[in-house]
Design a protein. Structure first.
Length: 332
């Protein structure tokens, strides 16, 4: 049985790298029935073009669907499209939720002549402990520093369409990935990357290129959990009067007492995420949490459960066999 890592998924085909060779594989039917998710970055066992087992992951993020990564590099554009602090805070908070180190890279620095933006970025995010890097893939600015933060790691590049992810990969890899300009009308990028793919820069350095996306929502956690994703807000939480304080309208809120020390874009993002989490809370409020599953876990293995109709049929057959044995033996 061979082992390797999935470096690309396209349709129902899984492309596996094993000892420098690439194999086109499909999932075994028994693995499909378990409904186990399969991500780019998963280590697998395979034989004769069929993946038979997904090996344990050290981590993962569901969107983009990638596993076994060392850090997330959040790519934003200084210009074209304009820098969105709201979107940046969204990516940062997702990385925080999945407990994966994040690095902030601001590309297209050659298009901006406003030092205030650079000063604001450093003033907000350096105190939070984030590495901040400014680059220009077009002019080669900051590319050596970008190579340095990539070295020896598997890094996921994520960011909205048009921020220059493919251009940065081209600059450090010598590849010629397809790129397009940002639309002048919408100020939005055009998707040039269609799927996640691991790109090897050298023996120890790999980049996961991902499609651009922007509609991430915090519709999977409860409102009182959102402040854990904002260390600049959460550090004041212990001083709040109420344990479940949302730091918006409550009396005795210690966070509101320190709003002058929290950047307004960060606090606004927090409010937006709490609003999304409230929608999730309302959605699950009147829904029962117990559902009949078609799968069960047996010794750390997910197996298909027999439906109730088939279970009853099996019991009836068993009874009939018992009665038949009694009749054959002449037992009264």
């Amino acid at each position: 049985m061979a082992q390797g890592q999935i470096f690309k998924i396209h349709s129902d085909f899984f492309y596996v790298n094993s000892e420098g060779q690439e194999f086109e594989c499909k999932l075994r039917e028994v693995l499909k029935k378990t409904k186990q998710s399969v991500f780019v970055g998963d280590y697998v066992e395979f034989k004769n073009g069929a993946i038979t087992k997904i090996l344990p992951r050290k981590n993962y993020i569901p969107r983009p669907s990638v596993s076994n990564i060392d850090r997330i590099i959040i790519i934003s554009a200084v210009k074209e499209p304009d820098l969105s602090f709201s979107q940046l805070n969204r990516y940062i908070s997702f990385a925080k939720f999945y407990n994966i180190e994040a690095v902030l890279c601001f590309n297209k620095n050659d298009l901006s002549f406003d030092d205030k933006i650079i000063e604001k970025v450093f003033s907000i995010y350096e105190p939070l402990g984030y590495d901040v890097l400014f680059t220009s893939a077009l002019e080669g600015l900051g590319i050596d520093e970008f190579k340095e933060i990539l070295q020896g790691r598997t890094s996921v590049l994520c960011g909205s369409s048009g921020v220059g992810k493919s251009s940065l990969i081209n600059a450090v890899s010598g590849l010629n990935l397809r790129t397009k300009e940002v639309s002048e009308k919408t100020q939005r990028g055009i998707h040039t990357t269609r799927h996640c793919e691991i790109i090897c820069i050298n023996d120890t350095t790999r980049i996961v290129d991902t499609p651009g996306f922007s509609n991430l929502k915090f519709d999977f956690i409860l409102p009182h959990e959102v402040d854990k994703l904002f260390p600049d807000i959460n550090k004041y939480r212990s001083g709040c009067k109420y344990q479940d304080c949302l730091h918006i309208n409550e009396n005795g809120c210690n966070v509101k007492e320190h709003l002058s020390e929290i950047d307004e874009t960060r606090y606004q993002s927090y409010i937006d995420f709490v609003s999304e989490a409230k929608e999730y809370k309302e959605k699950v409020k009147y829904q029962g949490t117990k559902t009949e599953s078609s799968h069960k876990k047996n010794n750390e293995t997910i197996v298909v459960k027999i439906c109730s109709r088939k279970r009853q049929s099996a019991r009836n057959t068993m009874r009939q066999n018992v009665y038949k044995d009694i009749e054959d033996e002449g037992i009264d």
